[in-house]
Write a protein that binds this ligand. Sequence first.
Ligand SMILES: Cc1cc2nc3c(=O)[nH]c(=O)nc-3n(C[C@H](O)[C@H](O)[C@H](O)COP(=O)(O)O)c2cc1C
Length: 467
Amino acid sequence: MTAVHRAVLDAGGPVLRFDQPVLADNSVSDIPVITNLFGTTERVAAGLGVSIDKLDDLGEFLAALRSPTPPNGLRDAYSRWPMLKAALAARPKIVKSAPVHQVVRKGRDVDMTSLPIQTHWPDDAGPLITWPVVVTRPYGSSAEDVDLYNAGVYRAQVLGRNTVIMRWLPHRGGAAHHKSWAEQGEKTPVAIVLGADPATLLSAALPLPETVSELSFAGALNSARLRLVAAKTVPLLVPAEAEIVLEGWVSPTETAPEGPFGDHTGYYNPAKPFPVMQITAVTHRHDPLYLSTYTGRPPDEPAIIGEVFNRLALPTIRAQIPEIKDLWLPPAACSYRIAVVSIEKRYPGQARRVMMALWGMLPQFSYTKMIVVVDTDIDVRNWDDIAWAMATRMDPGRDVMLLENSPMDYLDFASPRAGLAGKMGIDATTKIESETTREWGQVMHTSPADAEFAADLVSRCFPDLKT
Ligand SMILES: Cc1cc2nc3c(=O)[nH]c(=O)nc-3n(C[C@H](O)[C@H](O)[C@H](O)COP(=O)(O)O)c2cc1C
């Protein structure tokens, strides 16, 4: 299934539905597996409730939400997005009965091995839930206070009939909630939502401001209040329309080695300990679908989602570093390890200032090993343009900035020590004023009239030639 999904995703193909998936014991499940839901940027945008060309507006809205002094920005954004404002203000609707409770299995009837949870890669440690929306709330909150809820996508390894490992990285919202319960010696109530609606899935994956609840934001994207229902065995509300929900408790102390699993870097992660969760109920629709995806060397679905999210983040980044015109995190470089940024250059040393601002001010660039800064005539999404800028506007002795011992994710085995790595900034901008003593080259351009003449002549002489 991973190989089929990969081939279809690579070709920009449709959402896939695998009927009658074969389980580990060779029996056949009657629950179909859905993959490639977010296999194109168009589908990701649709999941956010907008078309591709409206993404920039949504990005402006997110920037306004993050603004430390919101009034003007937020008022402007709200006036452009009145439904978003109304929906963000509207609390999710709590309902008494829900499709996700059409079938309820508790206690001994819980058996996750009967779900078609994929083992994605040949050397994976076992079945892995890859598209869960993990719902938690902090210690001391009430189950009704949805504004305090966190929803994040954290993969979960299935250990047995009623046990999974919850892999929330330490800086995630779910891990922070877990810490608040564990400090009181209490287990954390958790709901793993499988097959949430697209807006909820994407809101859970988006790095939203702390003050915005993912569940309210999902309602805002859908222009409708999200419908929630009380879970059966944990004090939490869960999306009423989901396909499947796994309810349970994460231990304050017990951990188990998670992995190895193939990951977005294109390598298997080493096993690491993460908390263990006991599942107390599995609830689902009469005929549920199981949503899955693989993570692997790009392209994978998270890389496609990342491309859209990076576009959404641009206005937020520009609010901090206004000279940035465009920014690209190549999916092939794991979507965050290399950044290419174009700037309106006005003064010497500006490219270095931009590199340091990206690394220093914006947490999402902590693990970006290499930043290439170019002028605005360079298309940051075009490797040929980038190569030309580096080949003609950069001197390795002068224009490369190297740092040591800066933060890095533990998955980067190329860095000399776990968690600490070097960084490289390449200034491939035109050198101005004190940056150079030499006469700089003049870029050659074909005149528009000549270009038009040539295009016309070529198309008439060589009609089959693609120019
Ligand atoms: C398919 C997919 C799988 C992911 N797996 C994990 C994971 O295993 N652990 C993790 O901490 N984050 C994972 N993430 C990233 C988080 O979901 C994402 O950063 C999210 O914004 C975290 O939400 P939070 O800030 O509320 O914790 C994954 C994202 C996607 C799209």
